[in-house]
Every structure is written in structure tokens, then in C-alpha cells.
Design a protein around this ligand. Structure first.
Ligand code: FAD
Length: 412
């Protein structure tokens, strides 16, 4: 980032935030706004900010209708969404509230569709409407379904732009706060109330620590002596995109009815803020936490995942779903079949391979996916241990929560 820090000498911060994704930056920003005099260092291992989950997601500002009423996801998604839209307007970040439809294509999905609708009502999502086949084709002329939900407050944004702006505002708010890239945290030691953070750019001393390391957050927690039973298991999501000729087949956002067993929303169509229409993502177990190709492999990451009992229990329970997702990952014909459920006229030649993202999904040893956001406290530290979708939408609300916890736990 812009500020020059002499990393040969030990620099002191009041709070070190590990992770320059949207959650780390929103947390740092919110703490800085609450305590302008505090010195914050954000440590990001990559050359640029937001290159992992934040920079590789669907770019959807979620409404909050799916999440269990009363959960942190439900509360923070709706609150964070409203704040995000205001933040984008104040800071000239392109953002569009375009609305989305959820489309049921067979009778078996109708009960779940109704549950999603009632859940949305309970979560007080604005303007939800049940729609029938005609309204589906009015809103999205190429989509077909037997029933659906119209969600007018869903939107699109580039979360990378939000992350960059948060970093810029953080540094401009305080001369003593810095966002350091190429700064990988490799070790954490604690002595007499001071935390020594060893990084690829030298050593730093800090009073307190906030871990927002996304796909690596369980490892950072372990470095800090947190003895959590959960583990991060990476799930890759591959995207296709519509070719220029087929772009007219999608106006905005078209989603299937979600499978209630999984936290993933199913392959959907998303018109991104730059006009590209993406189709995806699927959800396949990844042999590398930050691996974005179909054959990406890391011995360390695979060993970690495959020696964890939770991974095998999850595989055994959901082997059929997993196998189908793998088939879809490797065979375009399988992927298109899934998309044709929402747009029957879509052809193989209408889509071309696009990018991929990897989700950090926290898992318990018994194989249960941790559905809700999860934040734990350590000695002079706070660890964000599960921040899957909709954490980008909810980032400012999560940041606010982290800053509240910091205020009490760090005695600020
Ligand atoms: C395919 C996909 C689609 C999604 N779609 C949506 C969506 O449409 N809407 C939505 O709201 N959410 C979506 N999400 C979820 C959302 O992207 C994430 O919840 C959010 O980006 C999490 O942000 P983060 O800051 O926790 O993680 P990240 O963005 O992954 O940031 C963590 C950062 O920590 C850094 N780091 C890790 N280890 C170290 C270390 N040792 N030292 C220094 N730095 C370190 C990493 O380099 C990284 O930059 C999606 C996610 C994926 C993967």
C-alpha cells in the first residue's frame, strides 16, 4: 500500500489485523472509526488486497432471506447490506440494486421455496413477492419455472473495490495505521502482555490481534494457541460465463431453489457490475486452499483436510452430491444441464469457462458444516473463524461486531 514503513525496525501497533480481505479491512476500518487514535496494522500476505475469497466471489449483495432467523448471518446480512449500499454511494463505488428471482422448476421444490419465502418474511426482507410462471418470464424472458420468489433488494457490486476503499480510508484516518502487503504472518509469540508477530517483512509488536485470515484462519488461530476443534475445508466453485451472443438471455440474477442441507446456493446466473454474466459456482472439495484450477494440489492442505475426521464423515454422508458436483466440474455437458433447469434454451456454445473461487468452510470433527458466522476470543486476540457467504455483503456489520468485541475484550 501507499504508506512506507521501516520494517527492519520493530514497529508497534495497538492492534494487528491479519488478512487483507473484506472482513479484515472492514474490521480494521470500524475499529479505527471508533478509536481514531489507535494504531492499526493490517498484514496481508499477497502483493494485492482481496485476491482470495473477496476477489473471487459472485459479487452479489445478498438480501438475507435464506438465513435462519436470529442467526448472526441473518442479523448481519440485512444490516451489512444496507450499510454497504450507503458506503458504496458515499464513496463512488459502482453498485446496482437490480433484484433477483429464485425459480422452482419442479413440484418437489415447492415446499422449500415456501420455507425460503417464510424465512425471508421472518427476517423482514423488504418487498419479497411470490411469483408465477408468467411473472418469471416477464422479469427474465428466457427463464422458465413453475413458481418463484422475486427479491427486489438484492444487488451487485465489486467487493474488491470496497476492500480497496476501506484500506484507503483506514490509512487516511490515521497517520499511524498501515496496510502492509507481501506481509505473511508466520509466527505469533506472547510475552508480558505484548504479542510479537513474525512476518515475511520483519517482526512487529502489538498489544492485540484480530485474525481474519479466511482460508487460513484456523492455522493463524492455532499459532495463537487457540485450541478449536473445527477445521477449514476448502470448497472450490468453478464459473462459466455467457458468450457475447448469449448475454441477452439473462437480465440480472436468476437462482435455483437451494438444497436445504447445504450452505451453498446452487449454480446461478449473475450479471456482474461490469456487464459479464457468470454462471456458477458449483462446490467441489479442493485439494488446495488457495488453488483455483481443477488440478490444483497442495500436500500440506490435502494432508490437513484428509486426516481430519470431519472431512470423511462429510464425504460419507454426502457422497452422491459430491460425485455429481465433480462430474459437473469436469464435464461441461453436465454443468449446462444444471443451468438449463433455469434457462432451457441455453446451449453448450452459449457458455465459456471462466474463473474459480475457493470457499473457506468451517467443519466440526463429526462432519457438520458450521453454518453461522463464528468469532472466538483468545488472550488479547479475536479470531473470525467462519465467515462464508454472505460475509462480503455483511462485512461492515461483521466489522462493527468485531469492533464491539474489541472495545470490551481489549479494554480500549
Ligand atoms: C465462489 C464464492 C462465491 C461467493 N459469493 C458471494 C456473494 O455473492 N456475496 C457475498 O456476500 N459473499 C460471497 N462469498 C463469500 C465471501 O466472498 C467471503 O465470505 C468473504 O470474502 C470473506 O472475506 P475474508 O476477508 O474473511 O476472506 P478473504 O477474502 O479470503 O481474505 C483473507 C485474507 O487473509 C490473507 N491471509 C491468509 N493467511 C495470511 C497470513 N498468514 N498472513 C497474512 N495474510 C494472510 C489472505 O491472503 C486473504 O487475502 C463467496 C465466496 C466464494 C468463494
Amino acid at each position: 500500500m501507499s504508506k512506507k514503513i521501516n520494517t527492519q525496525e520493530q514497529t508497534n501497533f495497538d492492534i494487528a489485523v491479519i488478512g487483507g480481505g473484506i472482513v479484515g479491512l472492514a474490521s480494521a476500518y470500524k475499529i479505527q472509526m471508533r478509536y481514531p487514535g489507535i494504531r492499526i496494522g493490517v498484514f496481508e500476505k499477497e502483493k494485492q488486497l482481496a485476491v482470495h475469497q473477496t476477489g473471487r466471489n459472485s459479487g452479489v449483495i445478498h438480501s438475507g432471506l435464506y438465513y435462519k432467523s436470529g442467526s448472526y448471518k441473518a442479523k448481519n446480512c440485512a444490516k451489512g447490506r444496507k450499510e454497504l449500499v450507503e458506503f458504496a454511494a458515499e464513496n463512488n463505488i459502482a453498485c446496482k440494486i437490480c433484484g433477483k428471482i429464485i425459480v422452482a422448476t419442479e413440484e418437489a421444490e415447492l415446499d422449500t421455496l415456501e420455507e425460503v419465502f417464510q424465512n425471508g418474511r421472518e427476517n423482514q426482507i423488504e418487498g419479497l413477492e411470490k411469483i408465477g410462471p408468467e411473472q418469471i418470464s416477464e422479469i427474465e424472458p428466457f427463464s422458465r419455472g413453475i413458481a418463484g420468489i422475486y427479491v427486489p433488494c438484492t444487488g451487485i457490486i465489486d467487493f474488491k473495490e470496497v476492500a480497496k476503499k476501506l484500506a484507503e480510508l483506514l490509512e487516511s484516518k490515521s497517520q499511524q495505521s498501515s496496510v502492509l502487503t507481501c506481509c505473511e504472518v508466520t509466527r505469533i509469540d506472547k510475552h508480558d502482555g505484548v504479542t510479537k508477530v513474525t512476518t515475511s517483512r520483519g517482526n512487529f509488536a502489538t498489544k492485540c490481534l484480530v485474525n481474519c485470515a479466511g482460508l487460513q484462519c484456523d492455522r493463524i488461530a492455532k499459532m495463537d494457541g487457540i485450541n478449536s476443534l473445527m477445521k477449514i475445508i476448502p470448497f472450490r466453485g468453478d464459473y462459466y460465463e455467457l458468450t457475447e451472443k448469449a448475454l441477452h438471455k439473462v437480465r440480472n440474477l436468476i437462482y435455483p431453489v437451494p438444497d436445504p442441507i447445504f450452505p451453498f446456493l446452487g449454480v446461478h446466473f449473475t450479471r456482474m457490475i461490469d456487464g459479464v454474466v457468470e454462471c456458477g459456482p458449483n462446490a467441489v472439495f479442493s485439494f488446495k486452499r488457495e488453488g483455483y484450477s481443477k488440478t490444483a494440489f497442495s500436500i500440506k492442505d490435502s494432508w490437513d483436510s484428509l486426516t481430519f475426521s470431519g472431512t470423511w464423515r462429510l464425504f460419507l454422508r454426502h457422497w452422491r452430491y459430491g460425485l455429481n458436483e465433480y462430474r459437473r466440474a469436469f464435464f461441461k455437458g453436465q454443468f449446462i444441464k444444471q443451468l438449463q433447469r433455469l434457462i432451457p434454451s441455453l446451449r453448450v456454445e452459449d457458455i465459456k469457462p471462466s474463473r474459480a473461487g475457493v470457499r473457506a468452510q468451517a467443519l466440526w470433527p463429526k462432519g457438520e458444516l458450521i453454518d453461522d458466522f463464528k468469532i472466538e476470543k483468545g488472550i488479547n486476540s479475536i479470531h473470525v473463524l467462519n465467515a462464508p457467504s454472505p460475509a462480503a455483503t455483511a462485512s461492515l456489520a461483521i466489522g462493527e461486531t468485531v469492533s464491539q468485541i474489541a472495545a470490551e475484550h481489549f479494554n480500549l
